[in-house]
Write a protein that binds this ligand. Structure first.
Ligand SMILES: Nc1ncnc2c1ncn2[C@@H]1O[C@H](COP(=O)(O)OP(=O)(O)OP(=O)(O)O)[C@@H](O)[C@H]1O
Ligand SMILES: [Mg+2]
Length: 587
């Protein structure tokens, strides 16, 4: 990956690798501008001759018209080439930016990702990056081309008549003042406008993700209201912004589009006073005509500068987000015992884990149990560096987590999380994420081990059946088993299963347990379970209570010594009893 992508100092650093191509675009657009002025000069010559009553020979008409046509073709040809190339460069830079953002999200703690909300992150990836196209494909190359042709036209006007040019500059100044007033109004309103847009984006994502809840609970007065409020807020801020700048926009647009209206009276006065030749008058009028387009185009870029500064600040803020620290002397573990010492962790200010000291030896299965909210998932997340712990240490094979290269750490761990995320792609591809070079046979083998082959074969396109991101085409248990197949195929030395079999029916659970038992031999396995029957044979059971290690031991030992474990076990037994009762045997 390019250097600028790895160390971004603002968005424009992403353009650095394309400097050469940019210069080519600018030259093409400059040539286009020069050809444009040349065409106007030919037209000026024709009209000068007409107004001076010079007889026009057909050879001259043919020559002049042909020349003007050639210049116009050159103008349009180079404009096409310049914009074609500038768009090629711009789209490459946008792709680099999106890649850099995606890479960055992998390198920062999950907490930094979540605090932004899905809507804001999507807006940065899609909309904000897309807006950079204006600056890269248009503003820089076209801006340079337009400024050059304007400067040439103004210098020519000054050479023809100082007074006329000065008058025109005065009028342009009035136009620019109106423009600046509009701009200042816009900048004042921009922060509120973007805050409203960010809030609307996050609420739209919440609204879509929470659609089932909104429907079931008929949340018209709460969640839905939150969404509709943010939509109407956004409308208010947008209208407010537009309204505050309309009057200035009208003034500057009228002035900037018609420099001819100001050049003509002065020019005619000078001509009738005998201080300007007919040729100079026609040339001035044509030059004034040629200025309207570039002036307006340049002005149109100015608000983009402010908008882009705001948007690029959002993108840059993500790119500059502090990354998970990486050791300058990375080490690779040679075995996979996990040791945790004096570990403390807080998501915000309250400790969620306190004084954790644990060992998970290789070739053993450790179960983490505890009430909901005890900190089980948090401990698993820290093992994968999804969040950074504040104090204490976690070591794998005797090596501190921070000294293990992040990529390697991810290769070492197979993780089945509580939320069973499936990507919007085929079931086969979802399993293949665990091992990108897996053959179809390996995928089927993993699916069979995770007890999902049968239902996959019943799906309309078998392994090629596409699941939606929310997995709506599969049941909760089916989704869970596909994620287990993904972990099985990865075959990593450390396995963490967070409630991995909680949705599984008893018939499949035995088979799945058998597959997991095969998978875990020789490995370091951590199982988080609410259904305690699945972990009675664990080598070690860790009881977490309110973020602290309450007790560790084996099932029978804990039943006798730990009140909390006994309580959890009894609760589990009661639930098991309930399901028998529901099955018909009420006694
Ligand atoms: N992203 C987060 N930000 C802030 N607090 C969090 C976050 N995730 C979890 N917590 C809090 O940390 C505590 C431990 O949560 P954790 O998810 O680790 O519990 P758990 O033991 O896995 O519970 P469960 O059995 O319900 O899955 C809870 O009080 C929870 O509210
Ligand atoms: Mg949990």
């Amino acid at each position: 990956m390019k250097e600028s992508v790895q160390n971004p100092n603002g968005i424009l650093s992403f353009a650095a690798p394309y400097r050469g191509k940019f210069i080519v675009c600018v030259c093409e657009l400059l040539l286009s501008g020069a050809a444009n002025i040349a065409a106007y000069l030919v037209v000026a010559d024709i009209f000068t001759k007409i107004f001076a009553d010079t007889p026009l020979t057909s050879a001259y008409i043919l020559f002049a018209a042909g020349l003007a046509l050639i210049f116009m073709l050159i103008k349009n040809g180079f404009e096409y080439l310049g914009l074609d190339h500038s768009h090629g460069v711009a789209f490459s830079i946008l792709a680099d930016l999106r890649q850099a953002l995606a890479q960055k999200l992998l390198k920062i703690p999950m907490g930094s990702v979540r605090k932004r909300g899905h809507g804001e992150i999507k807006k940065n990836f899609v909309d904000n990056v897309e807006e950079m196209e204006v600056i890269l494909a248009h503003m820089i190359p076209e801006g340079i081309g337009n400024i050059t042709s304007l400067v040439v036209a103004i210098i020519a006007l000054f050479l023809i008549s100082f007074k006329m040019a000065l008058g025109l500059m005065g009028v342009i100044l009035i136009g620019m003042t109106a423009f600046m007033l509009m701009f200042i109004q816009g900048v004042k309103k921009m922060k509120a406008y973007y805050a409203a847009s960010k809030s609307m984006n996050n609420n739209i994502i919440d609204y879509i993700n929470g659609m089932e809840v909104i429907k079931v609970f008929n949340q018209t007065a709460t969640s839905y209201k939150k969404y509709s409020d943010s939509v109407s807020d956004f409308k208010i801020y947008t209208a407010d912004w537009a309204k505050s700048s309309w009057k200035y926009t009208a003034v500057y647009k009228v002035i900037m589009t018609s420099p001819l209206l100001f050049v003509l009276p002065v020019g005619l006065t000078l001509y009738t006073g005998g201080r300007l030749t007919i040729g100079a008058l026609v040339l001035s009028a044509i030059l004034a005509l040629s200025m309207g387009g570039p002036l307006l185009r340049l002005m149109s870029f100015a608000p983009s500068v402010a908008i882009l500064r705001e948007k690029s600040a959002h993108i840059t803020a993500i790119l500059k987000e502090e990354e998970l620290s990486q050791s300058s002397k990375p080490k690779i573990p040679e075995h996979y015992d996990i040791d945790i010492s004096d570990l403390y962790f807080a998501y915000t200010d309250k400790n969620v884990l306190e004084d954790i000291r644990l060992s998970f030896p290789q070739n053993t299965l450790t179960a983490l149990v505890g009430e909901s909210g005890a900190g089980k998932t948090t401990l698993a997340r820290l093992l994968m560096r999804f969040w950074e712990y504040q104090t204490g240490e976690i070591r794998i094979g005797g090596i501190c987590l921070k000294d293990i290269p992040f990529d390697h750490l991810m290769q070492c761990i197979s993780y089945v999380s509580q939320d069973n995320f499936l990507f919007r792609m085929s079931i086969g591809e979802n399993i293949r994420i665990g091992k990108p070079d897996a053959t179809q046979e390996e995928i089927i083998k993993a699916a069979k081990a995770a007890c999902c082959h049968d239902f996959i074969m019943e799906a309309p396109q078998g392994y090629d059946t596409v699941v939606t991101a929310s997995g709506a085409t599969l049941s909760g248990g089916e989704r869970q088993r596909v994620t287990i197949a993904r972990a099985i195929i990865k075959n990593a030395p450390i396995i963490i299963l967070d409630e991995a079999t909680s949705f599984t029916d008893p018939e499949n659970e035995d088979k799945l347990q058998e597959a997991l038992n095969k998978l875990i031999s020789g490995k370091t396995v951590i199982v988080i379970a609410h259904r305690l029957s699945t972990i009675v044979h664990a080598d070690q059971i860790v009881v977490l209570d309110n973020g602290k290690v309450h007790k560790t031991g084996k099932h029978l030992e804990l039943i006798q010594t730990s009140e909390i474990y006994r309580h959890l076990w009894n609760a589990h037994e009661n639930i098991a009893g309930w399901s028998i009762a529901v099955g018909g045997d009420t006694e």
